[in-house]
Design a protein around this ligand. Sequence first.
Ligand SMILES: [Zn+2]
Length: 246
Amino acid sequence: MTGAGRLAALIREEQPCVVLTGAGVSTESGIPDFRTRTGLWAEYDPMEYATISAFRRDPVKVWDFYAKRCEVLATARPNAAHLALAELERRGLVRALITQNIDLLHERAGSAAVVEVHGSIRTSSCLSCGHVEPLDGVLELLRSAPAPACRECETILKPDVVMFGELLPPQAIDRAFDLARDAALLVVVGSSLEVHPVAGLPGETLAAGGRLAILNRGRTPYDAQAAVAVDGSAGEVLSAVVEALA
Ligand SMILES: [Zn+2]
């Protein structure tokens, strides 16, 4: 049986199924990932552009990085992998989707039960007065300035994404761990499972007696413990899974 066939069989047999996605699910939408040779961290030093202390030190510089990302993300379209996962949810075969991505593409593809553990670019917030600016407003502000300033108090806004050195949103991460523990099957898509605490989710599922499936380009530390580990294109494999489950 092909990798897609084995993955489809597992999803059919092991319910409830929860999905965990990382940057690899969005690369086919033209969004660069972080840790590969062509990833963002090869061009931008995360210590200078992605930590909360870097933001506090020089928010305008950090926005040089985020402004470009927001522009790409604002026009990015869901790919076959996002659409397949939304379809599996509609068919009742996926209970929820936990994502490390901030790009809103699962929502745009039609997934409803999405847990964003690293926040998203949906909004940016003022750390001084609490004003919240939606993405459209941020993009508008970026047209006339290198960094968006709060409309109320002119402090530079912070994108509501989790930066290194910040805690993950507690509600989202608690929900993610509950989902992982209750899952009969956790399907990991496009994550190399290197960033904690999200990298701990497969261990929660396994410890609670659930099974693990991995679809990723390249190896992960959990491959040996997975019932199925497929090295391939998320879009191609998940489209084939949807077809096999029709
Ligand atoms: Zn403000």
